[in-house]
Design a protein around this ligand. Structure first.
Ligand code: NOJ
Ligand code: CA
Length: 561
């Protein structure tokens, strides 16, 4: 297969304009500020930026409550600034994907205002209504403990409306063909302005049947094909990265059996088991999760992540596994959220220990898929648990030791910068870490560089190699006659591991260490390594002639794995 599919070997970086860089000093990040930081992002090596919602919004769910799909919130700049930004990305060879939030609008969206004001408005049927309170109105909340129901009475409309999320986010009636058409129009608009695709919010809910009589929503998967076909028609290399926290047996419904639906999905199943593995130093369930999410069409790709902007949802784990993760990473009630997860950032979860952070990132980057990095993780930023719900992990980027971490010249940033404790900007910031070759920032830059040079991970086929030790995970990838192998020790204690690479003849006898000098030579087909606590090794299998072999597409070299 030719390697045009950029998302197969990309490195995605997720940020929100509001908290990245404030250029005009009003205390809120903006597109001008972000554009000035493009060389930083390019230097880090990321190949695509995922922008969280930046459209006009009352900002009651950090922009996931949109009141105009065709604009830029004036707080962040103008459409002109947006185009300057996408152009700046293009100049540097970086792509942009943006959030597409079409399961619901803000209740301040003109469509909803018209819908609630006039039962005869054409917009009435753009939302989901009921004359009476539906029997299951107190079920199916996404934010339990904060959100009271999924149906709310609207005085003006004299009817109840459906909202899968907060009550200020009325669900769009996505079964209405006009709504579907509008979704395509929104995509077409932003594609025209230079984006390469969308992170589609809440996909299972977008395509679900909705209504007062719907007890068990049924996904309308054909809709995904319609979105995909439209995108490919308008701009062939644009993609959708679906937020769909679904069971492995449903994955293929989202990718499509022949890859005709979503190009990418976040791998939530692996994410949860990855955190369990880190907490318990037990990689068995993670290996199972990798196997369960292995089947996918050749053009499809997983998005892999550690922490994102929401809580770490542990709902897939057994009670016993959940207990261990909560105990290790979020023991305090203030660290937990929605009775199911942990709301902290990665660095404080791992005790700010750089060895563990490197291990976690190394592991994430070598699992099958495309890594998605959360802004600030490259400098090991912390959280502010005094902020409500998920906001604790959405604080401004820490650039320097200047006031407010160099994020803004304003005395009063809208969202406070972390300014005290071990994760305060005086200790954790970009400027300082640039000067330190061993900093998290410089480590991240080096690991991204290497990750991009190992396309086998994104494109190849993987195999879990028996390590005979649950704390150690060994993965081998094969692609185009090349193989790579990764060893991770999730325990704090060093380990001696012995394993066979599992390739025919003597093909696996030499392992070239890609990150250090510790090459390994097998004795009677087995490698023996000593790996330190929280250690990781990236190996290329075979002799030093691998660079020559990399250019071969077929044949030559050793037999195909
Ligand atoms: C998922 C987003 O990740 C989350 O932040 C948001 O609150 C909901 N969707 C609603 O849009
Ligand atoms: Ca600003």
């Amino acid at each position: 297969m030719i390697d045009d599919l950029w998302y197969k070997n990309g490195v995605i970086y997720c940020l929100s304009v509001a908290t990245y860089m404030d250029a005009n000093g009003d205390g809120i990040g903006d597109f001008k500020g972000l554009t000035r930081r493009l060389d930083y992002l390019h230097g880090l090596g990321v190949t695509a930026i995922w922008l969280m919602p930046f459209q006009p919004s009352p900002y009651r769910d950090d922009g996931y409550d949109i009141s105009d799909y065709y604009g830029v919130d004036p707080r962040y700049g103008t459409l002109g600034d947006f185009v300057e930004f996408t152009h700046g990305c293009k100049q540097r060879g970086m792509r942009v994907i943006i959030d597409l939030v079409v399961n619901h609008t803000s209740d301040q969206h003109p469509w909803f205002k018209q819908a609630r004001a006039d039962p005869n408005s054409p917009y009435r049927d753009w939302y989901v209504w009921s004359d009476k309170k539906p029997a299951h109105a107190d079920q199916g909340m996404v934010f339990p403990g904060v959100q009271k129901s999924t149906w709310t009475h609207d005085k003006q409309a004299k009817a109840w409306y459906f909202h899968r999320f907060y009550e200020f986010q009325p669900d769009l009636n996505t079964a209405n063909p006009y709504v579907q058409e509008e979704i395509l129009k929104i995509m077409g608009f932003w594609i025209q302005l230079g984006v390469s695709g969308f992170r589609m919010d809440a996909v299972p809910f977008v395509i679900a049947t909705k209504g007062p009589k719907v007890k068990k929503p049924v996904e309308q998967f054909d809709m995904l094909r319609t979105f995909r076909e439209f995108l490919q028609w308008r701009k062939g290399d644009s993609i959708i990265l679906a937020e769909a926290n679904v069971r492995p047996e449903d994955d293929l419904h989202y990718f499509g059996d022949d890859g005709e639906r979503m190009q990418m999905m976040f791998n939530f199943h692996v994410n949860q088991h990855l955190f369990y593995a880190l907490a318990a130093a037990d990689t068995g369930p993670l290996a199972k999760a990798l196997a369960a999410t292995k089947p996918r069409p050749a053009t499809a790709q997983w998005g892999l992540f550690l922490r994102n902007h929401d809580e770490l949802d542990l709902g897939r784990l057994t009670k016993a596994q959940q207990r261990i993760v909560f105990e290790k990473f979020g023991p305090d009630k203030t660290m937990q959220l929605y009775d199911r997860g942990i709301r902290r950032r990665l660095a404080p979860m791992l005790g700010g220990d750089q060895r563990r952070l490197e291990l976690a990132y190394s592991l994430m980057m070598t699992l099958p898929g495309t890594p998605v990095i959360r802004y600030g993780d490259e400098i090991a930023m912390g959280d502010n648990l005094a902020l409500p719900e998920r906001r604790c992990a959405r604080t401004p980027m820490q650039w320097s030791t200047e006031p407010h971490g160099g994020f803004t010249k304003s005395d009063k940033p809208e969202i406070p910068v972390i300014d005290h404790g071990a994760y305060g900007f005086e200790h954790v910031n970009v400027a300082q870490q640039r000067r330190d070759p061993d900093s998290m920032l410089n480590w991240t830059e080096r690991i991204i560089r290497m990750r991009k040079e190992v396309p086998e991970i994104g494109w190849g086929d993987f195999k879990v190699i028996a390590a005979r030790d649950p704390a150690v995970l060994i993965l081998r990838y094969d692609w185009r006659n090349n193989s790579v192998l990764f060893v991770h020790n999730l325990d704090e204690q060093p380990r001696e591991v012995s394993f066979a690479v599992g390739l025919p003849d003597d093909a696996g006898d030499t392992l070239i260490d890609l990150l250090g000098p510790n090459h390994s030579h097998a004795s009677r087909g087995r490698h023996k390594l000593l790996i330190e606590g929280y250690g990781y090794r990236w190996f290329r299998v075979g002799g030093l002639d691998y660079l020559l072999r990399r250019t071969e597409v077929d044949g030559g070299g050793r037999s195909k794995a």
